[in-house]
Design a binder for this molecule. Sequence first.
Ligand SMILES: Cc1cc2nc3c(=O)[nH]c(=O)nc-3n(C[C@H](O)[C@H](O)[C@H](O)COP(=O)(O)OP(=O)(O)OC[C@H]3O[C@@H](n4cnc5c(N)ncnc54)[C@H](O)[C@@H]3O)c2cc1C
Length: 434
Amino acid sequence: MMRLILPFILLATGLWAWSLTTSSLVWSAYDQSLLLSGWLSIALMSLTMMLALRPAWLEWPMGGLDKIYRTHKWAGILAVAFAAAHWLIEMGDDAIEAVFGGISRLDNLHVSGLIDTMRDAAEDVGEFAIYLLFAMLLITLWRKFPYRYWRYLHRAMPALYLLLAFHAVWLAPLDWWRQPVGWLMAALLTGGSLASLLSLSGRVGKHRQVQGTIAAVETPEPNITEVTVDLGLAWQGHRPGQFALVTFNKSEGSHPFTIANADLGDGRTTFLIKALGDFTRNLANKICVGQSVTVEGPYGCFDFNRRNRKAHQIWIAGGIGITPFLAWLDASAAANQTAPEADLHYCTGNASRDPVIGRLQTLCQKFPGIRLHLHDSSKGQSLSVENLSASEPADARAEVWFCGPVGLGQALERGLKVAPLRLAGFHREAFQFR
Ligand SMILES: Cc1cc2nc3c(=O)[nH]c(=O)nc-3n(C[C@H](O)[C@H](O)[C@H](O)COP(=O)(O)OP(=O)(O)OC[C@H]3O[C@@H](n4cnc5c(N)ncnc54)[C@H](O)[C@@H]3O)c2cc1C
């Protein structure tokens, strides 16, 4: 008898559970996934907006503005990924209704009047903004898209954020505003909206901007322009290795360049600029002595005073990435300091035509503890993890400071982590914001 009744009870229970699933569990999972993906997206987007303010107080804990920008970039990418999930879940409601029946509790709120109208508007605005957001992400990841056009498009992001904040405010469940999740959301939306308004009104970084004039322009080599800017006493000074955002031309906007000289308190800053793109190519013909310039900064924490004094120092520069090391040596010479013991590796495309080498050798002669190694790729000499670790004692504790092409930095860091030498730290200056 039980042989029949037990399966019968199981079948009846199973079908009852199926009805439960259709009517509530699936919709409940759907609603919560929709809310969670939307919440994570707008929370990360608010963070992205606030990091775009270039907050100087965050530089020390995060390791410099270049790292803040990297966090800004990844928070932005993740925000769009969650937005995509949110959009896909939202699109899935018809399929769920067709299979399981029922309706989302979020669509069944029984609100009317203004709230209903605003919620409808928020849904439409959200859908419109999300398509623009996807387009923006694709353009950002498509590295061939020219930077100078990308930056104009990127300036529209705060406006897009305000649309998405409107969407989030009206579509978040009402009971959230009485709980910690709602309080955090209110704080993030306020911070993100204020940051967006500051960005849209062009006020980001204004208090760190100083007007100066170009005191000298030299081209030691056709691909390198050396620009000296006189900022006078308005310049608050800089630490060796820091960089500034330099605007030579308002329509071009600012470009980040490392300050290649020591701060002598006279407001003079020198930039060694390599022709790496449209604006920096032929730069000497686009600027002239006496021209006014806006310099914002200083920024960055690529500062050898932060070095681990118990670890052997390995400094590696690739091409124009030599600029912070020039500033370090220049500052130590100006302060009559005895620089630390370090192996300084400089990778150059062609040593016979590189104007930096002479300057570097003169500076290094002042510091017997600095051993300069040149790697001239025109002679087939390249710096690799193998030859780097071969020149160090196997059990040495070494700290590496790297500035140069992103790919070389990543390859060296990956390789050195598994090399016999004990890596005490790998500091990398990112010469790339996007
Ligand atoms: C922290 C930092 C320090 C730097 N220091 C130096 C230095 O001392 N000497 C030097 O020669 N170069 C330096 N650079 C690189 C320099 O900023 C770029 O080479 C320059 O901005 C290229 O401009 P472009 O219009 O000629 O190139 P484009 O053809 O417009 O772009 C080439 C690449 O340069 C970068 N870039 C362009 N414009 C900007 C911008 N406004 N802001 C940020 N990145 C941009 C982008 O990654 C872009 O893909 C530094 C970069 C950073 C992030």
